[in-house]
Design a protein around this ligand. Structure first.
Ligand code: ADP
Ligand code: MG
Ligand code: MG
Length: 254
């Protein structure tokens, strides 16, 4: 059984159909990259998987561990081990990052029937993960994302991912604004955190990100569908030649 199975997924916002038949299978242990031009529907796919209700699913299904994901509310999805990293993480002035992360982890652990972490265990785990990811310990003492640069927000998100130990991590990367250090931090974190029982869905505009993480599969979205699947060499070709050749091939096949 696949960890995630998306079959003929259609979704719309208002009258506008955005996803128009997405098919995708993700197995534990795999890293999948989803690429595509701006407006092709990548973030919409992430939002539907996250359960954001402005997106209405009109056809198709999404199975997670064999269960209908679309029936679960966003909290239940998190409790079952899905982690979503979005383009713009929230800022919470006045709330200490360590405090916030410990509460978030414990909510999920509790729902999964695991023992909650006390302050000492949490700090031990937090320091170990920060070290693994090469992130400064000062992150623990700051307010949640408040006054963080774009790159620092990314690192904080990766840190959160490392603490949550998800089964399926979905990262939606911004189309613009990530500097090379932040891209490297995201890419190398995925490499460090990948494991046989965890899968990643990395949505990115940038082939550059894929210099730091070798995906098992690269999918290209166009007009609300995955139109091509390949390995890392597909991403390299898109970087070198753009999307024109693929648009042409898709048009000819239609
Ligand atoms: P990508 O992430 O690939 O750039 P998006 O999923 O953000 O693409 O957007 C795909 C299309 O859907 C775009 O035309 C976008 O304007 C539209 N869209 C996405 N979300 C909304 C929304 N909440 N309301 C209206 N249109 C939306
Ligand atoms: Mg976009
Ligand atoms: Mg997007």
């Amino acid at each position: 059984m696949s960890l995630l199975e998306i079959k003929n997924l259609h979704a719309r916002v208002g009258d506008k159909e955005i996803l128009r038949g997405v098919n995708l299978q993700v197995n534990a242990g795999e890293v999948h990259a989803i690429m595509g031009l701006n407006g092709s529907g990548k973030s919409t796919l992430a939002n539907v998987l996250a359960g954001r209700d402005v997106y209405e699913v009109t056809e198709g299904e999404v199975l997670y561990e064999g269960e209908n994901l679309l029936e679960l509310d966003p909290e239940e999805r998190a409790q079952r081990g899905i982690f979503m990293a979005f383009q713009s993480p929230i800022e919470i002035p006045g709330v200490n990052n360590a405090y916030f992360l410990k509460a978030a982890i414990n909510a999920v652990r509790k729902a999964r029937g695991l023992e909650e972490l006390d302050a000492i265990d949490f700090m031990k785990m937090a320091r170990e993960r920060l070290k693994l990811l090469g992130i400064d310990e000062s992150f623990l003492k700051r307010d949640v994302n408040f006054g963080f640069s774009g790159g620092e927000k990314k690192r904080n998100e990766i840190f959160q991912l490392a603490l949550m130990e998800p089964r399926l991590a979905i990262l939606d990367e911004a189309d613009t604004g990530l500097d090379i250090d932040a891209l490297r931090a995201v890419g190398s974190a995925v490499t460090k955190l990948r494991s046989p029982d965890r899968a990643f869905l990395v949505i990115t505009h940038y082939q550059r990100l894929l210099n730091y993480v070798e995906p098992d599969f690269v999918h290209v979205m166009m007009d609300g569908r995955i139109v091509r699947t390949g390995d890392a060499s597909l991403a390299k070709r898109l970087e070198a030649e753009g999307y024109g050749w693929l648009e042409e091939e898709v048009r000819r096949a239609a």
